[in-house]
Design a binder for this molecule. Sequence first.
Ligand code: F0G
Length: 398
Amino acid sequence: MIKCITCGAKYSLEEIIYTCKDCGSVLEIMCKPDVSRDIFNCRKSTMWKYKEFMPVDESRIVSLQEGGTPFIKCNKLGDQLGVKLYVKVEGSNPTGSFKDRGMSVGITKALELGVDTVGCASTGNTSASLAAYAARAGLRCIVILPSGKVALGKLAQAMFHGAEVISVEGNFDEALEVITALALDGKIYLLNSVNPFRLEGQKSIGFEIVDDLGWKSPDRIILPVGNAGNISAIWKGVNEFYEADFIKDLPRMTGIQAEGSAPIVNAVRRGAEDIIPVENPETIATAIRIGAPVSALKALRAIYDSDGLAETVTDDEILYSQKLLARSEGIGVEPASAASIAGLRKLVETGEIDKGEEIVCIVTGHLLKDPNTAINACKEPVKVEANVEALSRVLRGL
Ligand code: F0G
Protein backbone atom coordinates (compact mmCIF):
# COMPACT_ATOMS: atom_id res chain seq x y z
CA MET A 1 0.00 0.00 0.00
CA ILE A 2 1.06 3.59 -0.73
CA LYS A 3 0.19 6.14 1.96
CA CYS A 4 0.21 9.94 2.11
CA ILE A 5 2.54 11.06 4.90
CA THR A 6 0.34 14.07 5.71
CA CYS A 7 -3.33 13.06 5.47
CA GLY A 8 -2.96 9.28 5.51
CA ALA A 9 -4.87 8.71 2.23
CA LYS A 10 -4.14 5.25 0.85
CA TYR A 11 -3.42 4.09 -2.68
CA SER A 12 -2.78 0.75 -4.35
CA LEU A 13 0.79 -0.28 -5.20
CA GLU A 14 -0.40 -0.66 -8.80
CA GLU A 15 -1.39 2.98 -9.16
CA ILE A 16 0.98 5.40 -10.92
CA ILE A 17 0.94 8.25 -8.46
CA TYR A 18 3.59 10.67 -7.20
CA THR A 19 1.79 12.96 -4.74
CA CYS A 20 -1.45 12.68 -2.75
CA LYS A 21 -4.62 13.33 -4.75
CA ASP A 22 -6.34 14.68 -1.64
CA CYS A 23 -3.75 17.03 -0.12
CA GLY A 24 -0.81 17.15 -2.56
CA SER A 25 1.71 15.89 0.00
CA VAL A 26 4.38 13.23 -0.58
CA LEU A 27 3.74 9.50 -0.37
CA GLU A 28 5.45 6.54 1.18
CA ILE A 29 5.18 2.81 0.84
CA MET A 30 4.07 0.77 3.81
CA CYS A 31 6.29 -2.25 4.20
CA LYS A 32 6.12 -4.67 7.13
CA PRO A 33 7.26 -8.16 6.24
CA ASP A 34 6.97 -10.72 8.99
CA VAL A 35 10.46 -12.21 8.89
CA SER A 36 13.36 -12.95 11.20
CA ARG A 37 16.73 -11.34 10.61
CA ASP A 38 18.30 -14.81 10.39
CA ILE A 39 17.03 -15.04 6.81
CA PHE A 40 19.75 -12.57 5.79
CA ASN A 41 22.55 -14.92 6.87
CA CYS A 42 24.63 -16.34 4.03
CA ARG A 43 23.01 -14.14 1.39
CA LYS A 44 25.18 -12.29 -1.08
CA SER A 45 26.01 -8.77 -0.01
CA THR A 46 23.90 -6.63 -2.36
CA MET A 47 20.87 -4.58 -1.39
CA TRP A 48 18.66 -7.48 -2.52
CA LYS A 49 19.90 -9.33 0.55
CA TYR A 50 16.91 -7.58 2.14
CA LYS A 51 14.49 -8.41 -0.68
CA GLU A 52 11.56 -9.13 1.66
CA PHE A 53 11.60 -5.40 2.45
CA MET A 54 11.45 -4.38 -1.22
CA PRO A 55 7.87 -3.92 -2.51
CA VAL A 56 8.40 -5.33 -6.01
CA ASP A 57 8.02 -8.65 -7.81
CA GLU A 58 11.15 -10.69 -7.09
CA SER A 59 10.96 -12.46 -10.45
CA ARG A 60 11.42 -9.20 -12.40
CA ILE A 61 14.27 -7.57 -10.51
CA VAL A 62 16.51 -5.36 -12.66
CA SER A 63 19.85 -5.33 -10.90
CA LEU A 64 23.49 -4.52 -11.50
CA GLN A 65 24.35 -5.85 -8.03
CA GLU A 66 23.98 -2.49 -6.31
CA GLY A 67 24.46 -2.08 -2.59
CA GLY A 68 26.74 -4.02 -0.27
CA THR A 69 29.05 -1.02 -0.46
CA PRO A 70 32.26 -0.65 1.62
CA PHE A 71 31.86 0.36 5.24
CA ILE A 72 35.26 1.73 6.16
CA LYS A 73 36.57 2.47 9.64
CA CYS A 74 38.51 5.73 9.36
CA ASN A 75 40.87 5.81 12.34
CA LYS A 76 43.11 8.65 11.21
CA LEU A 77 40.32 11.10 10.58
CA GLY A 78 38.26 9.78 13.49
CA ASP A 79 41.16 10.14 15.97
CA GLN A 80 41.82 13.69 14.72
CA LEU A 81 38.21 14.59 15.48
CA GLY A 82 37.85 12.51 18.62
CA VAL A 83 35.05 10.33 17.27
CA LYS A 84 34.67 6.74 16.13
CA LEU A 85 34.22 7.23 12.41
CA TYR A 86 32.93 4.92 9.70
CA VAL A 87 32.47 5.99 6.10
CA LYS A 88 29.88 4.29 3.89
CA VAL A 89 31.25 4.50 0.36
CA GLU A 90 28.31 4.78 -2.02
CA GLY A 91 30.61 5.68 -4.91
CA SER A 92 31.27 1.93 -5.14
CA ASN A 93 27.82 1.29 -6.61
CA PRO A 94 27.64 0.25 -10.30
CA THR A 95 27.31 3.77 -11.71
CA GLY A 96 29.23 5.41 -8.87
CA SER A 97 26.47 6.75 -6.63
CA PHE A 98 23.76 5.67 -4.17
CA LYS A 99 21.13 6.37 -6.83
CA ASP A 100 21.59 2.84 -8.17
CA ARG A 101 19.79 1.39 -5.17
CA GLY A 102 16.69 3.45 -5.90
CA MET A 103 16.84 2.86 -9.62
CA SER A 104 17.02 -0.90 -9.23
CA VAL A 105 13.69 -0.85 -7.41
CA GLY A 106 12.25 1.99 -9.55
CA ILE A 107 13.02 0.31 -12.86
CA THR A 108 11.78 -3.04 -11.59
CA LYS A 109 8.51 -1.28 -10.73
CA ALA A 110 8.46 0.34 -14.18
CA LEU A 111 8.57 -3.15 -15.75
CA GLU A 112 5.80 -4.36 -13.45
CA LEU A 113 3.65 -1.41 -14.46
CA GLY A 114 4.34 -2.07 -18.15
CA VAL A 115 5.52 1.46 -18.96
CA ASP A 116 7.82 1.99 -21.95
CA THR A 117 9.41 5.36 -21.14
CA VAL A 118 11.08 6.54 -17.95
CA GLY A 119 12.49 9.93 -17.13
CA CYS A 120 13.94 12.23 -14.52
CA ALA A 121 15.34 15.67 -13.90
CA SER A 122 18.78 15.54 -12.39
CA THR A 123 21.82 17.34 -11.10
CA GLY A 124 23.67 14.42 -12.72
CA ASN A 125 23.82 11.21 -10.72
CA THR A 126 20.14 10.32 -10.96
CA SER A 127 20.36 10.65 -14.74
CA ALA A 128 23.53 8.53 -14.96
CA SER A 129 21.92 5.80 -12.89
CA LEU A 130 18.54 5.90 -14.62
CA ALA A 131 20.21 5.75 -18.03
CA ALA A 132 22.10 2.58 -17.07
CA TYR A 133 19.16 0.77 -15.47
CA ALA A 134 16.78 1.78 -18.29
CA ALA A 135 19.31 0.39 -20.78
CA ARG A 136 19.43 -2.89 -18.87
CA ALA A 137 15.64 -3.11 -18.84
CA GLY A 138 15.25 -2.03 -22.49
CA LEU A 139 13.22 1.10 -21.70
CA ARG A 140 13.29 4.49 -23.39
CA CYS A 141 14.94 7.04 -21.09
CA ILE A 142 14.60 10.81 -21.08
CA VAL A 143 16.68 12.95 -18.74
CA ILE A 144 16.44 16.69 -18.19
CA LEU A 145 19.55 18.43 -16.91
CA PRO A 146 20.21 22.02 -15.81
CA SER A 147 22.28 23.54 -18.58
CA GLY A 148 26.02 23.86 -17.88
CA LYS A 149 25.74 22.69 -14.27
CA VAL A 150 26.21 18.94 -14.52
CA ALA A 151 29.61 17.44 -13.69
CA LEU A 152 31.30 15.87 -16.69
CA GLY A 153 31.45 12.25 -15.52
CA LYS A 154 27.72 12.15 -14.89
CA LEU A 155 26.88 13.72 -18.25
CA ALA A 156 29.16 11.23 -19.99
CA GLN A 157 27.36 8.33 -18.29
CA ALA A 158 23.85 9.53 -19.13
CA MET A 159 24.75 10.03 -22.78
CA PHE A 160 26.80 6.88 -23.14
CA HIS A 161 24.09 4.59 -21.73
CA GLY A 162 21.79 5.93 -24.44
CA ALA A 163 19.46 8.28 -22.59
CA GLU A 164 17.87 11.10 -24.55
CA VAL A 165 19.57 13.98 -22.79
CA ILE A 166 17.89 17.38 -22.79
CA SER A 167 19.55 20.42 -21.32
CA VAL A 168 17.14 23.07 -20.00
CA GLU A 169 17.96 26.68 -19.47
CA GLY A 170 17.16 26.70 -15.80
CA ASN A 171 18.20 25.09 -12.54
CA PHE A 172 17.35 21.62 -11.19
CA ASP A 173 14.14 22.80 -9.52
CA GLU A 174 12.87 24.16 -12.84
CA ALA A 175 13.93 21.02 -14.69
CA LEU A 176 12.01 18.91 -12.18
CA GLU A 177 8.94 21.05 -12.60
CA VAL A 178 8.80 20.52 -16.37
CA ILE A 179 9.41 16.79 -16.30
CA THR A 180 6.86 16.36 -13.52
CA ALA A 181 4.28 18.03 -15.77
CA LEU A 182 5.18 15.56 -18.53
CA ALA A 183 4.81 12.67 -16.07
CA LEU A 184 1.42 13.87 -14.84
CA ASP A 185 0.33 13.87 -18.49
CA GLY A 186 1.19 10.16 -18.54
CA LYS A 187 3.98 10.55 -21.12
CA ILE A 188 6.75 9.15 -18.93
CA TYR A 189 7.14 7.24 -15.67
CA LEU A 190 8.93 9.67 -13.35
CA LEU A 191 11.88 8.28 -11.44
CA ASN A 192 12.89 11.23 -9.32
CA SER A 193 12.81 10.59 -5.59
CA VAL A 194 9.25 11.94 -5.34
CA ASN A 195 8.47 8.45 -6.66
CA PRO A 196 8.24 6.49 -3.41
CA PHE A 197 9.62 3.30 -4.98
CA ARG A 198 12.98 5.03 -5.40
CA LEU A 199 13.28 5.53 -1.66
CA GLU A 200 12.51 1.86 -1.03
CA GLY A 201 15.81 0.99 -2.68
CA GLN A 202 17.74 3.74 -0.95
CA LYS A 203 16.50 2.72 2.50
CA SER A 204 18.85 -0.27 2.16
CA ILE A 205 21.74 2.06 3.10
CA GLY A 206 20.18 2.15 6.56
CA PHE A 207 19.78 -1.65 6.57
CA GLU A 208 23.42 -2.17 5.66
CA ILE A 209 24.78 0.25 8.28
CA VAL A 210 23.03 -1.46 11.19
CA ASP A 211 23.83 -4.89 9.77
CA ASP A 212 27.53 -3.92 9.37
CA LEU A 213 27.61 -2.69 12.97
CA GLY A 214 26.35 -6.07 14.24
CA TRP A 215 22.67 -5.17 14.48
CA LYS A 216 22.86 -1.84 16.19
CA SER A 217 22.60 1.79 15.20
CA PRO A 218 25.51 4.22 15.29
CA ASP A 219 24.99 7.30 17.45
CA ARG A 220 24.64 9.39 14.33
CA ILE A 221 24.36 9.17 10.55
CA ILE A 222 25.61 12.22 8.64
CA LEU A 223 24.91 12.81 4.96
CA PRO A 224 24.61 15.51 2.32
CA VAL A 225 21.08 16.67 1.56
CA GLY A 226 19.83 17.95 -1.80
CA ASN A 227 16.38 16.87 -2.92
CA ALA A 228 16.13 15.24 0.52
CA GLY A 229 15.16 11.76 -0.62
CA ASN A 230 18.14 9.93 0.78
CA ILE A 231 17.95 11.13 4.37
CA SER A 232 14.23 10.28 4.34
CA ALA A 233 14.90 6.84 2.88
CA ILE A 234 17.62 5.91 5.35
CA TRP A 235 15.46 7.00 8.28
CA LYS A 236 12.64 4.85 6.90
CA GLY A 237 15.02 1.91 6.59
CA VAL A 238 16.35 2.01 10.13
CA ASN A 239 12.81 2.45 11.44
CA GLU A 240 11.61 -0.63 9.56
CA PHE A 241 14.39 -2.68 11.16
CA TYR A 242 13.58 -1.15 14.54
CA GLU A 243 9.91 -2.03 14.18
CA ALA A 244 10.86 -5.54 13.07
CA ASP A 245 12.83 -5.76 16.34
CA PHE A 246 16.13 -6.33 14.51
CA ILE A 247 17.72 -3.39 16.38
CA LYS A 248 17.02 -1.80 19.76
CA ASP A 249 18.02 1.81 19.08
CA LEU A 250 17.89 4.45 16.35
CA PRO A 251 20.52 6.87 15.03
CA ARG A 252 20.33 10.65 15.02
CA MET A 253 19.93 11.81 11.42
CA THR A 254 22.17 14.72 10.54
CA GLY A 255 21.70 16.49 7.22
CA ILE A 256 24.35 18.75 5.70
CA GLN A 257 23.67 21.33 3.00
CA ALA A 258 25.85 23.80 1.14
CA GLU A 259 25.57 27.31 2.52
CA GLY A 260 24.17 28.74 -0.73
CA SER A 261 21.60 25.99 -1.05
CA ALA A 262 20.19 25.25 2.38
CA PRO A 263 16.38 25.33 2.59
CA ILE A 264 16.24 22.38 5.02
CA VAL A 265 18.83 23.81 7.40
CA ASN A 266 17.04 27.15 7.33
CA ALA A 267 13.78 25.42 8.24
CA VAL A 268 15.40 23.54 11.14
CA ARG A 269 16.87 26.82 12.44
CA ARG A 270 13.35 28.28 12.44
CA GLY A 271 11.93 25.10 13.99
CA ALA A 272 9.56 24.95 11.01
CA GLU A 273 7.71 21.91 9.65
CA ASP A 274 8.23 22.97 6.03
CA ILE A 275 10.78 24.86 3.96
CA ILE A 276 10.87 28.21 2.22
CA PRO A 277 12.45 27.48 -1.17
CA VAL A 278 15.80 29.08 -1.99
CA GLU A 279 15.31 30.92 -5.31
CA ASN A 280 18.80 30.76 -6.82
CA PRO A 281 20.71 27.97 -5.10
CA GLU A 282 24.47 28.08 -5.61
CA THR A 283 27.33 25.78 -4.64
CA ILE A 284 30.34 24.08 -6.17
CA ALA A 285 28.73 20.82 -5.03
CA THR A 286 26.43 20.78 -8.07
CA ALA A 287 24.80 17.49 -6.99
CA ILE A 288 23.09 19.28 -4.09
CA ARG A 289 22.43 22.60 -5.80
CA ILE A 290 18.70 22.38 -5.06
CA GLY A 291 16.43 25.10 -3.68
CA ALA A 292 13.07 23.33 -3.36
CA PRO A 293 13.64 19.73 -2.22
CA VAL A 294 10.60 17.55 -2.93
CA SER A 295 11.11 15.33 0.11
CA ALA A 296 11.56 18.26 2.52
CA LEU A 297 8.64 17.20 4.74
CA LYS A 298 10.01 13.70 5.17
CA ALA A 299 13.55 14.96 5.75
CA LEU A 300 12.44 17.42 8.43
CA ARG A 301 10.53 14.66 10.19
CA ALA A 302 13.61 12.44 10.07
CA ILE A 303 15.73 15.17 11.66
CA TYR A 304 13.17 16.16 14.32
CA ASP A 305 12.00 12.62 15.18
CA SER A 306 15.55 11.35 15.55
CA ASP A 307 16.67 14.33 17.62
CA GLY A 308 19.13 15.01 14.82
CA LEU A 309 20.80 18.07 13.41
CA ALA A 310 21.07 20.10 10.22
CA GLU A 311 24.07 22.24 9.37
CA THR A 312 25.53 24.21 6.48
CA VAL A 313 29.06 24.12 5.14
CA THR A 314 30.81 26.51 2.77
CA ASP A 315 32.23 25.52 -0.60
CA ASP A 316 35.73 25.97 0.80
CA GLU A 317 34.95 23.62 3.68
CA ILE A 318 33.58 21.07 1.20
CA LEU A 319 36.68 21.20 -0.99
CA TYR A 320 38.99 21.02 2.03
CA SER A 321 37.18 17.93 3.37
CA GLN A 322 37.12 16.29 -0.06
CA LYS A 323 40.91 16.48 -0.18
CA LEU A 324 41.31 15.53 3.48
CA LEU A 325 39.31 12.32 3.00
CA ALA A 326 41.18 11.48 -0.20
CA ARG A 327 44.61 12.05 1.34
CA SER A 328 44.15 10.77 4.87
CA GLU A 329 41.97 7.73 4.18
CA GLY A 330 42.29 7.06 0.43
CA ILE A 331 38.59 7.56 -0.22
CA GLY A 332 37.84 9.61 -3.34
CA VAL A 333 34.45 11.31 -3.39
CA GLU A 334 32.75 14.05 -5.35
CA PRO A 335 32.28 17.48 -3.70
CA ALA A 336 28.66 16.96 -2.55
CA SER A 337 29.68 13.77 -0.76
CA ALA A 338 32.42 15.58 1.12
CA ALA A 339 29.73 17.78 2.68
CA SER A 340 29.14 14.98 5.20
CA ILE A 341 32.78 15.10 6.33
CA ALA A 342 32.79 18.91 6.30
CA GLY A 343 29.62 18.86 8.40
CA LEU A 344 31.12 16.41 10.88
CA ARG A 345 34.20 18.61 11.29
CA LYS A 346 32.08 21.70 11.87
CA LEU A 347 29.74 20.01 14.34
CA VAL A 348 32.66 18.62 16.34
CA GLU A 349 34.24 22.07 16.38
CA THR A 350 31.05 23.75 17.61
CA GLY A 351 30.56 21.05 20.25
CA GLU A 352 27.24 19.85 18.81
CA ILE A 353 28.76 16.41 18.34
CA ASP A 354 30.27 14.90 21.49
CA LYS A 355 33.72 13.38 21.65
CA GLY A 356 33.59 9.61 21.41
CA GLU A 357 30.37 9.45 19.41
CA GLU A 358 30.07 6.63 16.90
CA ILE A 359 29.47 8.32 13.57
CA VAL A 360 28.67 7.04 10.10
CA CYS A 361 29.32 9.54 7.30
CA ILE A 362 27.73 8.59 4.02
CA VAL A 363 29.77 9.61 1.00
CA THR A 364 27.31 9.51 -1.84
CA GLY A 365 29.24 9.66 -5.12
CA HIS A 366 32.66 8.79 -6.59
CA LEU A 367 35.51 11.26 -7.08
CA LEU A 368 35.53 10.68 -10.86
CA LYS A 369 31.98 11.96 -11.21
CA ASP A 370 33.43 15.48 -11.21
CA PRO A 371 36.91 15.27 -12.69
CA ASN A 372 37.16 19.01 -13.35
CA THR A 373 36.82 19.95 -9.70
CA ALA A 374 39.38 17.29 -8.77
CA ILE A 375 41.91 18.51 -11.34
CA ASN A 376 41.38 22.17 -10.46
CA ALA A 377 42.16 21.36 -6.82
CA CYS A 378 45.62 20.06 -7.72
CA LYS A 379 48.84 21.40 -9.18
CA GLU A 380 49.66 20.45 -12.76
CA PRO A 381 52.00 17.47 -13.12
CA VAL A 382 55.67 18.46 -13.39
CA LYS A 383 56.96 18.01 -16.97
CA VAL A 384 60.33 16.33 -17.40
CA GLU A 385 62.46 15.00 -20.24
CA ALA A 386 62.45 11.22 -20.52
CA ASN A 387 65.84 10.55 -18.89
CA VAL A 388 66.96 9.54 -15.38
CA GLU A 389 69.13 12.63 -14.74
CA ALA A 390 66.28 15.00 -15.49
CA LEU A 391 63.92 12.94 -13.35
CA SER A 392 66.37 12.80 -10.43
CA ARG A 393 66.89 16.56 -10.64
CA VAL A 394 63.15 17.15 -10.45
CA LEU A 395 62.66 14.71 -7.57
CA ARG A 396 65.43 16.38 -5.54
CA GLY A 397 63.77 19.72 -6.09
CA LEU A 398 60.31 18.62 -5.04
N1 F0G B 1 25.08 13.39 -3.02
C1 F0G B 1 25.12 13.19 -4.35
C2 F0G B 1 26.40 12.75 -4.96
C3 F0G B 1 23.95 13.38 -5.12
O1 F0G B 1 24.00 13.17 -6.43
C4 F0G B 1 22.78 13.83 -4.48
C5 F0G B 1 21.57 14.08 -5.25
C6 F0G B 1 22.80 14.01 -3.10
C7 F0G B 1 23.96 13.79 -2.40
C8 F0G B 1 21.60 14.44 -2.34
O2 F0G B 1 20.69 13.41 -2.19
O3 F0G B 1 18.74 14.49 -3.24
O4 F0G B 1 18.49 12.43 -1.88
O5 F0G B 1 19.05 14.59 -0.80
N2 F0G B 1 21.51 14.09 -6.50
C9 F0G B 1 20.28 14.20 -7.29
C10 F0G B 1 20.55 13.95 -8.75
C11 F0G B 1 19.44 15.34 -6.99
O6 F0G B 1 19.81 14.43 -9.60
O7 F0G B 1 21.50 13.22 -9.05
P1 F0G B 1 19.14 13.75 -1.99
